[in-house]
Write a protein that binds this ligand. Sequence first.
Ligand code: ZN
Length: 151
Amino acid sequence: MNKETQKMFTDFIHSIDEELIVSFNESEGYCFDTLENRVNLALSQTDDCGFIRHLKETHKCLFAERINLILWSILHEIGHYETENEVEEYDEDYEMRIWLMLTDETYRHNTAIQDRYFNLPAEYAATEWAIEWIEDNYDKAVNFSNILNLL
Ligand SMILES: [Zn+2]
């Protein structure tokens, strides 16, 4: 990803929340670092691990496929930051174990594993935040999504 594209993503994220630190690191993948308030992006993501399916089936989201997967990923990670204080404490080891299964080729396409991960309290809250943000900013979301479709 060139510097211009990185700046475009950083500006977009800061237009939502200026407090966030944005980093670009392929090996970390899409993630949110709670200690640093940092959203990491990796643009080579191709596998959604059933996220779009989950949006439609569990969240009954009607515009799941109309929004670019990269934008979903970014908004979901911002959602972790925005909902951090709403989510009650839960077993992070459990989350990590399911996450490791999802990153394993053997289980990646197992819909039960996918849903178990996406339904974890922090994941569910982050996804709901992303959906609500799109609902409140639909034109901005579609415009940015269309730009991402060209990348
Ligand atoms: Zn997440």
